[in-house]
Structures are given as C-alpha cells and as structure tokens.
Design a protein around this ligand. Structure first.
Ligand code: AMP
Length: 293
C-alpha cells in the first residue's frame, strides 16, 4: 500500500481503472465496507483521508473531530487499499479555488440547518474528482443528502465518474456508525433511540402507512419518549431531496438529532415494490465496532 500526499502521486497510471473512497478518517466499518465494495469492483482503490475544514459549520465540531492516522493506515492496509492519499489543506485548496454550487438537492434538511456545509462538500469532492480522475467513487447512503448532492454535481459538471452508493452500516444496537460516535460518552445508549424511532416508522411503512405526515409524526413521537429532540424529520425523494407527501418510487426518511454535544444524522430508504413499501434499514454489525477497540 502506498501512502501519498499529492494528487499527482495518487493518480493511477494511464489506462488503469481506479476507484476513490473519500473519507475524513477515524475509520469504522462503514468506511471499510465502501473500501471492500470498491476493491471487489475495481482493480485499484485509493482511499483519501482529509478532514475538510470548509464543510464544518461549527468550529468546535472541527476542533473535536477524532483523528488517528496510524490507526487509519493500518485499517486501510487490512481492507486492501492500494493507495492512501493524505493531502494537506494547501494541496486541496490552492488559491484561488472557486466554490462549487451544490445545487437544488442541497437546499433542505442538512442544507437548511448547516449553512455552507454542502458548498464545502461539493467543492472538495469536485476538487478530488477532477484532480484524480477516478473512474468510480464510493459514498455511503448514511449521508443520503450528500450522496444526492454529489450525484447531481457530477452530472451537472459532466464529470466522467460513476458515483456508487454503499449501504448504511450500523452498530449492534442499530446506531448508524459515525466517527463522531466516539464522542458520545454517557449519551451513547440514548443515541440508539434514533434508529429505533426510524425502524418503528419502517415497520409502519411496511404495514401500509405511506404518508409523510404519518411517518414523520411516528418518528417524532418515538424520539420524544426516548428523550430525543430531532432538528427535523423529513420524508424526501431520494434524487432531489425535496419533501414528498407520501412514499413514491424511492424516498428517504431522514433526521438529524443533537445528542449531548454531538449532532447525529440517520435515514432509512423506502421504495415501492409491487403494491407495498420495502425499507432498506442498512446492515448491523454482530460485534462491537472497531471504533471502540
Ligand atoms: P466521513 O469520513 O464521515 O466523511 O465519511 C466518508 C464516507 O463514508 C462517506 O461516503 C460516508 O457517507 C460514508 N459513511 C460514513 N458513515 C457510514 C456508515 N455508517 N455506513 C456507510 N457509509 C458510511
């Protein structure tokens, strides 16, 4: 495995099919499943580790973001990464770098609650995709709106890359894996209520409830009884991330919840199959996450 610090060094040789798995480090099984998926589908896999300052709307969140490069490199090696790119801020942001408009998928939900967040995401991902020119790039469904923003951005800018989604990986009790989970401390148990509330709505959807009002109200109530206050609970279409009145085609039921000092996001994906609704709840680990080892 090569560890490199510039885009020039991370580029694959002419004609070689390379996949990119962009991350902010402090890797967990969500990242590893993207690397495994990439490795199974593409000959050369580059994992990037870059804590992107421009996508943090809270300075304290950036300052407390967990980092451990030695640990991440060992995990990348064991997951089969060929190259790990660890660029400096100057390498990623040579001046002047025009911000990239994240487009209409960025307007609601996270975009409405985190000003500038998706402009930061779209700009950094555009920079990585144009500087590295990977043929495939992998992003988790856990960040459903980010996936939608990147897909529409890549299309809008005619980037010659296939954006491939990976399933949401969860801890044993259902909490979606996030590097921020290590900061939860005593709030860790309560945080499991986020996925429990979403799964209650998933059960209701599979039993016939299709309306946004019904599903959103159920998530809010289930969170309330668990002592959680979501910033939003929204049923949105999975492509444009616009609120919808009921499940049709593919929709996400997405939420953001502050738990102590940590802000967590999660979602489930609902699709119409035949006359019913099927829900993708992601995949649960059957052992404690490497985040805690
Ligand atoms: P991050 O390091 O949080 O920026 O995430 C890097 C990539 O991993 C993004 O594409 C995320 O969507 C993805 N990711 C983060 N958490 C999960 C998870 N629990 N399951 C699947 N993918 C994830």
């Amino acid at each position: 495995m090569r560890v490199v610090h510039t885009f020039a060094d991370a580029r694959a040789a002419e004609g070689v099919d390379q996949a990119l798995v962009p991350t902010m480090g402090y890797l967990h099984e969500g990242h590893l499943s993207l690397i495994h998926q990439a490795k199974a589908e593409t000959p050369v896999v580059c994992v990037s580790i870059f804590v992107n300052p421009t996508q943090f709307d809270e300075a304290s969140d950036l300052a407390s973001y967990p980092q451990d490069l030695e640990r991440d490199l060992a995990l990348c090696e064991s997951a089969g990464a060929d190259t790990v790119l660890v660029p400096s801020v100057d390498e990623v942001y040579p001046t002047p770098l025009d911000p990239i408009d994240p487009g209409p998928a960025a307007e609601g939900m996270e975009g409405a609650h985190r000003p500038g967040h998706f402009e930061g995401v779209a700009t950094v991902v555009h920079r990585f995709l144009t500087a590295l020119e990977p043929h495939h790039a992998y992003f988790g469904r856990k960040d459903a709106q980010q996936l939608a923003v990147i897909r529409t951005m890549a299309h809008e800018h005619d980037l010659d890359v296939e954006i491939i989604p990976g399933s949401t990986e969860r801890e044993e009790d259902g909490l979606a894996l996030s590097s921020r989970n290590v900061r939860l401390g005593d709030d860790r148990v309560r945080a499991a209520g986020i996925s429990e509330a979403l799964f209650a709505a998933a059960d209701a959807a599979e039993a016939g409830e299709r309306s946004a009002a019904g599903l959103q109200a159920m998530v809010e109530l289930e969170m309330q009884v668990r002592g959680l206050q979501p910033e939003y609970v929204t049923l949105a279409d999975a492509v444009w991330m616009k609120p919808v009145g009921e499940v049709h085609r593919e929709a996400v039921l997405a939420t953001a919840v502050p738990v102590g000092d940590v802000r967590l996001i999660d979602n489930i994906v609902l699709s119409i199959e035949g006359s019913g609704v099927v829900v993708d709840r992601g995949i649960r680990l059957d052992a404690p996450s490497i985040l805690y080892s």
